[in-house]
Design a protein. Structure first.
Ligand code: PRX
Length: 647
């Protein structure tokens, strides 16, 4: 992949001839955005049609599709059965140990109905919250859809999060039910999961007050001493499994909250991002159809994300299923039992559209091309990337080695908050350029601006803002409307723009490059982790007086977490033992994914005269660069000591 590699990749004539997207969509959306969004919403079945597309009079609190009523689960499941497609496979599920299940739309309808009937039978009411803490098993998706069917608001918590993280999310949402599994498979071994739920929910005075039931799916069946709380815990098989497969869905208001999804911000505890029903599903259905060029009945889609993240919500559940897609869902890691796993799955199911994160592409690169080359990947016709900037080298490798030079790559920029893809090439229409997300989708408007909100010139770096509302936008932060306004809408309050927290630039061809976060949020393997959360976990250890955490460039994971800590006087542990304890502390408070790559014990932290830690300079140190401007530091000499410690 030499310097003679092409700078841009125009769509092939063949792809363009059959593409779902058309070039005129940009102009149509621009000419009449409301009509464009009404048209996208008509992809869905509305029990009561909407009579107004958008009410933005109370900005930034948006209302989309006013007067409209729909059932999200009906749209994702039943309507395909009603249309005679019940025998189509919705999900090719592949378990980590090698077991597999094919689930048709008819079967999915029965399972979702059973789960809905059981949840209704225990007295849950529309608007109640249900926490879902599960590995990638079909029941996770069934649970989400059962909630949607009843108008319950789900809160999926990534099963890699710790008990403490689960508890804070359960408490914040006041979830009445937790759905989980006995265990999960990790690299061929069963590991407990319900244990974490028990620990999270506590007992006696410490018990999570809101939770009435824990529904447990039997997955690993490995633990003869599984703790069981009588009256609270029930097996999925004995309850959902016994319920009737007939359930009549009811339609809900377009603005009814479909789900909460917690994500890390710059400060404080994770925020429960609230998504709507009609607007969110419209965004999911539109982007899936257009960006992934999905052809019903022909394509096999595979999104490698976990259902615990927004990518899993929108492109494992709501986008594909609302489009009647056939998709692959894989439970495990890419190297279990060996590095061939993903490529075997592509081959076995004839995957045509494949959507993963750059971290995984870079990992494949490290493993070497002999592995994908050993497989027939000729079914692939479109590749996607999400979660972090993709470096041009990884883009070209993906294009050549996985896509055999034949598949367009959609580099899709979006966020938990945006609900669906915002910026991406349109395959068959837009040129692709390695490393660039190219341009906002039809209907979406983005700008790159300076501190004052003025457009920066092409080639210059600025802040990425979305200057118009869109249907899938977050509606608020659960229980904290002020924080919603403050976090996203205060930076450019005068203009009324959404500030994404990312830096970006347009290049000389006016192609958009997203450069990564400009706030204290790190992006590790496409996962969002806030520096302050990791810092609080570190200082909760008795030996630590102060901590500063930064995301340093990392060849594989995009960013790696690097911590600088100061010990308390008389700290009892030290050396490797202390470092191990600190890493465990972070795993316990947050998740193993948030464990620092490197922890440096230093005598002091670089601070300004007003006491602010200069993270920028710590980043320079961690990335091995010359130090930036140190003139505002109280004691520039502090770096001698920090460097000495790292040497
Ligand atoms: O910094 C951007 C980065 O991921 C952040 C959003 O993270 P999250 O809410 O966890 O959602 C991830 C999956 C949608 C963004 O603020 N990001 C996401 N996609 C891209 C990206 N950065 C560059 N290019 C992308 N394609």
């Amino acid at each position: 992949m030499s310097s003679s590699a092409p700078k841009v990749y125009p769509p092939s004539a063949e792809f363009a001839a059959n593409a779902n997207a058309t070039a005129d969509m940009y102009d149509r959306a621009e000419a009449d955005p409301m009509e464009f969004w009404a048209e996208q919403a008509r992809r869905l079945d509305w029990e009561t049609p909407f009579d107004q597309v958008l009410d933005w009079s109370d900005a930034p609190f948006a209302k989309w599709y006013l007067g409209g009523k729909l059932n999200v689960a009906y749209n994702c499941v039943d309507r395909h059965v009603v249309a005679g497609k019940g025998d189509r496979v919705a999900i090719h599920w592949v378990g980590e140990p090698g077991d597999s299940r094919d689930i048709t739309y008819s079967q999915l309808k029965d399972e979702v109905s059973r789960a809905a009937n059981y949840l209704a039978s225990i007295g849950l009411q529309t608007g109640d919250r249900v926490a879902i803490y599960m590995p990638m098993v079909p029941e996770a998706i069934v649970s989400m859809l059962a909630c949607a069917r009843l108008g319950l608001t789900h809160s999926v918590v990534f099963a890699g999060f710790s008990a403490a993280a689960l508890r804070s999310r359960v408490d914040d949402a006041e979830a009445k039910v937790v759905i989980t599994t006995d265990g999960q498979f990790r690299r061929g071994q069963p590991a407990p999961l319900k244990t974490a739920v028990d620990e999270a929910l506590g007992t006696g005075d410490d018990a999570a007050a809101s939770v009435q039931k824990v529904i447990v799916v039997r997955r690993t069946n490995h633990d003869p001493d599984l703790n069981w709380v009588q009256g609270r815990d029930v097996w999925w098989d004995d309850t959902v499994g016994e319920a009737s497969p007939d359930h009549e869905p009811e339609a809900f208001d377009a603005e009814h909250p479909l789900f909460l999804l917690y994500t890390s911000g710059t400060t404080g505890k994770p925020k429960g991002i609230v998504h709507s029903s009609g607007g969110y599903l419209t965004q999911a259905a539109y982007t899936f159809h257009t960006v992934f060029d999905h052809k019903e009945g022909r394509d096999v889609f595979w999104c490698g994300a976990d259902v615990g993240w927004v990518t899993g919500h929108t492109y494992l559940v709501y986008g594909p299923l609302s489009n009647g897609a056939t998709e692959v869902i894989y439970e495990g890691t890419p190297n279990s039992p060996d590095e061939h796993r993903h490529f075997q799955i592509i081959e076995r199911y004839g995957v045509t559209i494949y959507y993963i994160a750059p971290t995984l592409i870079r990992t494949f690169m490290k493993w070497g091309r002999a592995i994908p080359d050993a497989h027939d990947l000729s079914s692939l016709r479109l590749l996607g990337s999400v979660g972090e900037p993709i470096n041009p080298e990884a883009w070209r490798w993906y294009h050549e080695v996985i896509g055999h030079g034949r598949c367009p790559i959609v580099d899709t920029w979006w966020q938990t908050e945006t609900g669906g893809i915002m910026i991406s090439p349109l395959p068959g229409v837009t040129e692709c350029k390695p490393g660039s997300a190219m341009r906002p989708l039809p209907g979406i408007s983005a700008k790159v601006v300076d501190d004052n909100g003025a457009d920066v010139a092409d080639g210059e770096q600025g802040y990425l803002v979305l200057d118009r509302p869109w249907p899938g936008m977050l509606r608020t932060i659960w229980g904290d409307a002020e924080r919603f306004k403050d976090t996203y809408w205060s930076r450019f309050a005068e203009q009324g723009w959404y500030f994404a927290g990312d830096g970006a630039r347009y290049d000389d061809d006016h192609a958009l490059w997203v450069l990564g976060r400009v706030d204290d949020v790190m992006n590790v393997s496409g996962h969002r982790i806030s520096t302050s959360e990791v810092e609080s976990a570190l200082v909760s250890h008795s030996a630590i007086a102060e901590a500063a955490v930064i995301g340093a460039a990392d060849e594989t994971t995009g960013q790696g977490i690097v911590a600088f800590v100061i010990l308390t006087e008389g700290a009892e542990s030290s050396g490797d033992e202390l470092i191990a304890e600190l890493r465990n502390q972070v795993a316990t408070d947050i998740s193993p994914i948030a464990k620092p790559r490197e922890i440096n014990v230093v005598p002091e932290l670089p601070k300004t005269r007003s006491g602010k830690i200069m993270r920028r300079l710590l980043k320079d140190v961690a990335e091995g660069r010359e130090l930036g401007d140190t003139s505002t530091l109280v004691d520039p000499g502090v770096f001698e000591a920090i460097r000495a410690q790292r040497a």
